[in-house]
Design a binder for this molecule. Structure first.
Ligand code: CA
Ligand code: CA
Length: 646
């Protein structure tokens, strides 16, 4: 039984694992490479490099209301932890891992645009002894391939082999074995031309050697000796010029030192000490912002910690980070960088299963400030999950969670996830209007909740955003889960010719929704729910780099078949299911959506709602805006005082 890589920070969780398995499985953060620029694609809110905000923060009080989660259903493969994930530009690929009984060589491709999974082909070509299945390996995305390397296999042994998967051809190819020994819980980054692996542990020892693999030549190169002592679970990031390594654990000691390796000079140098107080730890996460490596979280045997700091490789200096509003200190969480903010979600805040969390927060380097992520619709608590940034969403998947009965709690292995969409109104309102955005307004494959589908090819233009709200006739006022519905929002240019844009955002329990990436202009905006007729606001000015705040009032209901008119057809549908229990979201029964008030029952109340709108045709003008907070119509631009929604 291995000892070297037993994780120091999750004692109780490991105990439970031992009860469920004959082996001990240490705990490590996921692939430390979610922040490569190569991973980014999809819809962007604005150009990169937002200028430092100044002045007041319009909508500051509402920022947390604008973000949202969308659930990802269970995959057909086993639940797992210690797997890896990469973002290909179109899909998240999750592979390998462990479910306490099995080492896994299965993988899935998850497409946000269709919200569906595809299984990876099996087996991968990593054959022979030890076998393919593994956990605690690493994965990087090269822009054409996902490279899997190292890890612990079903023989309870570590390996120095790997393979690369090409999602276009759908095929695997084996890698030549590395010139360094097998290992798990090592660091791996993609440099743009090579995969660098460093550190980690075997069954009996810890390592401080490394090597780089070039797909172009299909060859490995040894790294020069590092100035760091051997360790596992160090945090690592690629800056565009160097590999930055910090912290880790060697079975006895936790580390608070770090170093950087610069391939162009083939040299290592030590990092200066991070800002005080410095807590030695393992399993911190590191993201690259384009200017700094932000290292946060991790722990030792007894404690979890918040910031390490922000390391600037240009000046070889550290900056401290605010802890105000930060997430509960944690390890084995997911961290991604969005181009504006670092997102921290999930993980373990303490040694017991009860320490698993399903919350998170966003850190904005520009303002050194944290914003809580909404809990509304968030995935269940978990650790050792993966998180990748798609360009518009953080895609969280897998990990181990908690299942509790009167007998206590057990770890469960998850195969579902969630998609988190931050809406950074701060950046939207304070980013200077881009004159030549390199960011397309629309991608060829918008996600299910991607807000825009254009009918023509867009030209680069300054973007605008909508922060909207609705109520639904017949349903309680907010906050109420009956308001968690998908909306259809249509932007029709009012004055100048242009494409009609449609968005399908989800409202939250407050009825709030958002749409962004809208080319600045003047639009007629029409909002419809599946069971409502639409309401329309005419000639709304959407200014560049600003958020337009608008309440669309109470949507009139009664449209059972979604054709934007309430007539005899809807009445017939209602009558066909009258008195029945039904669910519009899941039932395919005609008339299932006649449950206008979301009581899961079609009854006289639904009939009355339909009757109240019988004969009406959408769109209709906005009716009744009962929320004074959101009754302010028009455009909110920099300089508007906060407190509108106090
Ligand atoms: Ca109808
Ligand atoms: Ca009902």
């Amino acid at each position: 039984m291995r000892r070297a890589r037993r994780h120091p920070t999750l004692t109780l969780a490991i105990t439970v694992l031992v009860l469920m398995s004959t082996t001990i499985h240490p705990v490590a953060a996921q692939t430390p490479t979610p922040s490569h620029s190569g991973l980014r694609s999809g819809i962007q809110l604005s150009s990169n490099g937002a200028s430092a905000p100044t002045g007041t923060q319009p909508l500051g009080l509402r920022r947390s209301l604008l973000d949202s989660w969308q659930s990802i259903n269970q995959a057909s493969v086993q639940g797992r932890q210690y797997h890896t994930a990469v973002w290909t530009g179109a899909e998240a690929i999750m592979w390998g891992g462990h479910d306490s009984f099995n080492y896994l060589d299965t993988g899935i491709r998850y497409s946000p645009s269709t919200n569906t999974y595809t299984n990876l082909p099996q087996p991968s070509p990593i054959t022979g002894s030890p076998p393919t299945a593994r956990q605690q390996h690493t994965a990087v995305w090269t822009d054409t391939e996902m490279i899997i390397w190292g890890g612990e296999t079903a023989n309870i042994d570590v390996v120095n082999n790997g393979a690369a998967f090409n999602p276009v051809s759908g095929t695997w190819r084996p890698l030549p074995n590395a010139p360094i020994g097998g290992r798990a819980l090592h660091a791996a980054v993609w440099t743009g031309s090579s995969m660098i692996v460093w550190g980690g542990a075997t069954e009996t020892s810890f390592l401080n050697d490394g090597a780089s693999y070039s797909p172009a030549t299909n060859t490995w190169t040894l790294l020069p000796p590092a100035p760091l002592s051997p360790r596992q679970e160090a945090s690592a990031a690629w800056t565009g010029h160097e590999l930055v390594i910090w912290g880790g654990w060697n079975g006895n000691s936790f580390f608070a030192d770090g170093a950087r390796y610069i391939p162009s000079t083939n040299s290592w140098s030590m990092l200066p000490a991070p800002p005080a107080p410095v807590f030695a730890r393992s399993s911190a996460t590191a993201v690259w912002t384009g200017n700094e490596v932000i290292i946060w979280g991790g722990g030792n045997g007894a404690s979890r910690f918040g910031p390490v700091g922000r390391y600037n490789p240009t000046g070889n200096t550290w900056s401290p980070m605010s802890t105000v509003g930060q997430p509960t200190p944690r390890a084995v969480h997911a961290a991604v960088y969005t181009d504006q903010e670092m997102l921290i979600w999930g993980g373990s805040t303490g040694p017991s299963i009860g320490g698993l969390v399903g919350d998170g927060a966003r850190y904005a380097p520009a303002t050194d400030s944290w914003t809580a992520m909404t809990l509304n619709g968030a995935p269940s608590v978990r650790q050792l999950h993966t998180g990748v940034w798609s360009g518009s969403e953080m895609i969280v998947w897998g990990g181990s969670g908690s299942s509790c009965t009167i007998f206590g709690c057990d770890l469960i292995y998850l195969r579902d996830g969630g998609r988190y969409r931050p809406v950074d109104s701060l950046a939207l309102t304070l980013t200077a209007a881009p004159t030549s955005s390199a960011t397309p307004t629309v991608t060829p494959t918008p996600t299910a909740t991607s807000l825009l589908t254009a009918t023509t090819t867009p030209t680069p233009i300054a973007m605008s955003s909508l922060a909207g709200a609705v109520l639904l006739q017949g349903r309680p006022d907010p906050p109420n889960p009956a308001l968690l519905v998908k909306l259809s929002v249509r932007f029709s240019p009012s004055v100048a010719p242009g494409p009609i844009l449609t968005a399908e955002p989800f409202a939250d329990a407050s009825g709030h929704f958002s749409a962004f990436g809208i080319p600045a202009g003047v639009y007629d905006i029409e909002v419809k729910h599946q069971n409502s007729i639409s309401v329309k606001a005419n000639a709304v000015s959407m200014l560049p780099a600003a958020v337009t705040v608008m309440h669309f009032g109470r949507l009139p209901t009664g449209d059972a078949n979604g054709d934007n008119l309430v007539d005899i057809v809807d009445f017939s549908l209602l009558r066909s299911v009258f008195g029945a229990s039904t669910d519009c979201a899941t039932s395919t029964t005609p008339g299932a959506c006649a449950d206008f008030d979301a009581t899961a029952m079609v009854d006289i109340v639904d009939f009355s709602l339909l009757r109240s709108n019988f004969g009406r045709v959408g769109p209709v003008p906005i009716e009744g805006v009962p929320d004074p907070c959101l009754s302010a119509f028009g455009t909110v631009a920099p300089g508007i005082p906060t407190g509108i929604c106090g």
